[in-house]
Design a protein around this ligand. Sequence first.
Ligand code: NAD
Length: 341
Amino acid sequence: MNVLVTGGAGFIGRWVVARLLRDGASVLVLDDLSNGREENLRELEGHAGFLGLVRGDLKDAGLLAELFAARRFDRVFHLGASIHVQRSIDDPEPTFRNDAEGTFRVLEACRAEYFARNGLDASKKQFDHDRDVARVSDRSPRVVVMSTCMVYDLAAGGAIPETHPYRPASPYAAAKIASDVLALSYFHAYGMPVTVVRPFNTYGPFQKSNSEGGVVSIFLKRDICGEPLLVKGTGTQTRDLLYVEDCADFVVGAAESASVEGEIVNAGTGHDISVRDLAGLVRGANNSVEHVPHDHPQAEIPKLLCDARKAKRLLGWEPKVPLEEGLRRTRSWLEENRWAW
Ligand SMILES: NC(=O)c1ccc[n+]([C@@H]2O[C@H](COP(=O)([O-])OP(=O)(O)OC[C@H]3O[C@@H](n4cnc5c(N)ncnc54)[C@H](O)[C@@H]3O)[C@@H](O)[C@H]2O)c1
């Protein structure tokens, strides 16, 4: 099975690649290394199924056509994106282009492959859904498009299901919403096997721990260094923290079930913790917690708690790694891999 992972040199992408290789797939990574790192893939390079890292832009239609012509991908995991909320507020264009236009380019490359496999004429002016979809015998490439819990509106206390309203609180969230609905349109218009996956806040080894990283890695690194943990705002905002290997299992599993074609599926633990309590859990005995002003309070979501019942029902997926265990694994990885600081 030939698989393309966009953003595969990034944090979650790296674990998706690892999981696919373990399952026996042949995996090519497309990443421009704007936020990913070659080092993230180093341990995986010797694997027989690892086809390599193509350093390139996922918006490059010509490059995508070349890669598809060479490999005829059976699965595409589209994780490549600009992920920084604050940067999207300061300068929305790169996020819009990478996250909305980028998804369009990837979907178009997948559509060309799907049409070619099924003898459909991509140049035909009038696609006839009923007639042409009835001719489809090869339901591939199966496409998994990565969304984010940051698209959701404030929930009044309960867990957030996929039907919860959106609130594009930042250009990042807006670009992801555009990407999600565009992806679903390829299912409705062409019958393509596309699934949108929406993990909640994900943490673990290989996540950046500098100012652009995730809250767990940032707290852990500061604690290892004996620096006070800085909580933005009141710290009462909550996160449903998903360990990255559970996230990767979910993402990879989403390509293997016809029941999620044309669907959006959340993933999270069903437990949330406030950022203040997280700091208390991470903080060593001699360290302290300090409050600092929030840099983008307007884009903060006060409560993020996942309703993941759909993932359990349709995919049989459930997270396995409890928060304390995930924190322990991430701390020891950070201690042993100072190159990643
Ligand atoms: N980290 C989280 O908590 C979280 C939660 C939910 C969803 N997501 C989504 O998961 C995906 C991966 O996120 P991550 O946390 O691993 O971030 P990341 O920045 O580590 O990974 C994204 C990767 O995409 C690459 N990329 C960006 N623009 C590109 C382009 N134009 N061409 C090629 N490559 C490009 C980056 O270099 C990076 O390696 C993103 O789509 C993100 O929105 C992340």
